[in-house]
Write a protein that binds this ligand. Structure first.
Ligand code: ADP
Ligand code: ASP
Ligand code: MG
Length: 404
């Protein structure tokens, strides 16, 4: 069987008119003799709305009920797509994750798929059916619905492509592909024709939400080529593939930025072994992800300052946990809610000296102050005041000639 997995994002199924277009795209693949497996996200805005409702009822809404709630949007869009295909004369039906089942681990709100039962889908495909499967969700061994983290339909699509040994996994979205940077932040962003898993992974985990980062990790581990393209305009998209397939002549491939980070500084922390661990342990136990961490070298060997960043939505809980923590002593707690992380990403920087200097120089020319720095082999991130993000992205886009 020549199988293709087609995934449609929220905007692509955002209205009934768009669902008609989605059904037409599906039919085109069927006519090309593909066996098509469709994965759909919820109609745009639906998941956000459900999350908002849960927060009004409780700031710490039960994680399992949260998953039961927010997974519901996908059932609607999948039934609408299947209904439209049936109307057009094709055999189709919708499936929710638990009906297959798609098994996940128990890490509610950001679970991972551990197995997919293929039986029902294989039978349906063999009988000429087009299965429409809800993205973003599965079921745990304890029979509770679990979701795969925001943007998780990407992971559903890639894992289905893996289990069904699909020839292709195509991600249909509202942009024409992966761009050098978020086109909503910088209009002159250019489409990247081909990008390595490693670079895409960095871009998405550093803020480019065009692909969910877990999904890219799954694609990389399973060597699945992923096509990202628009469901609105007919144009080639971006191919995400292994590094070996790519001839690269650019130092930087893309720029990512985050929208809502917060910086927390503990001033005058006692400088003794184990102190950082006792600060971060309760945060990790409460599912709070700590990102950048800097600890100043203690001038007198007694006290130090510790700075770290988290997502803004975790700030209240973080402040509460730090204040409750009897194991740590500090003089002052300073919070900065107005920070963002801007990162440049590219395998080209491994072999090119002076990239860090060029990044810092171009930011300083725009009078942008760098608060925290972190680097890896293929990325350099800086934390800056949120109000400078657009200016920083445009300066870096020009500095590394991404417009060309
Ligand atoms: P979908 O609902 O189709 O999954 P998402 O909203 O999750 O779509 O992702 C697409 C959005 O990602 C785009 O509208 C764009 O604003 C944003 N985005 C961020 N960074 C990039 C990038 N580097 N390239 C393309 N889009 C990006
Ligand atoms: N509907 C889910 C979300 O908004 C999953 C997805 O879009 O992939 O996060
Ligand atoms: Mg998405």
């Amino acid at each position: 069987m020549k199988i293709v997995v087609l995934k449609f994002g929220g905007t692509s199924v955002g209205t009934v008119d768009r669902i008609k277009k989605v059904a037409d795209i599906i039919v085109k693949y069927v006519k090309k003799k593909y066996k098509v497996i469709v994965v759909s996200s919820a109609m745009s805005g639906v998941t956000n709305d459900l999350v908002k409702k849960s927060k009004i009822l409780s700031q710490e809404f039960d994680r399992m009920e949260h998953d039961a709630l927010v997974s519901s949007g996908e059932q609607v869009s999948c039934a609408l797509i299947a209904g439209r295909l049936l109307h057009l004369g094709y055999k189709s039906r919708s499936w929710t994750g638990w009906q297959l089942p798609i098994l996940t681990d128990e890490n509610h709100t950001s679970a991972k798929i551990i197995q997919i039962n293929k039986k029902k889908i294989v039978k349906f495909l063999k009988n000429g059916g087009i299965p429409i499967i809800t993205g973003f969700q599965g079921i745990t061994l304890k029979q509770r619905i679990a979701t795969l983290g925001r943007g998780g339909s990407d992971a559903s699509a890639i894992m289905l492509a893996k289990y069904f040994k699909a020839k292709k996994c195509v991600i249909f979205t509202d942009v024409t592909g992966v761009m050098t940077t978020d086109p909503r932040v910088y209009k002159k962003a250019k489409k990247i024709k081909i990008i390595s898993y490693e670079e895409m992974l960095e871009m998405s985990s550093l803020g480019s939400k065009v692909m969910q980062s877990t999904s890219i990790q799954d694609a990389r581990l399973n060597r699945i080529d992923v096509d990202v393209k628009s469901s609105f305009v007919k144009k080639y998209g971006t191919l995400i593939t292994k590094r070996k397939n790519i001839i690269n002549n650019k130092i930087i491939t893309g720029i990512s930025s985050t929208k809502s980070d917060a910086k927390v500084t503990l001033v005058g922390v006692k400088d003794k072994p184990g102190i950082a661990a006792s600060i971060f342990k309760p945060l990790s136990e409460n599912y709070i992800n700590v990102d950048m961490v800097v600890q100043n070298i203690s001038a007198d060997g007694k006290e130090t300052d510790l700075t770290f960043t988290i997502k803004s939505e975790d700030l209240l809980k973080t402040q509460k946990l730090i204040k409750q923590n009897k194991q740590i002593k500090y003089r002052e707690l300073i919070i900065d809610k107005n920070v963002s992380k801007v990162s440049i990403i590219g395998v080209g920087m491994i072999t090119t000296p002076g990239v860090t200097y060029r990044m810092f120089q171009s930011l300083s020319k725009k009078n942008i102050n760098i608060l925290v720095i972190s680097t890896s082999e293929i990325k350099i991130s800086v934390l800056i005041n949120k109000k400078h993000v657009k200016k920083a992205v445009s300066a870096l886009h020009k500095e590394f000639k991404l417009e060309k």
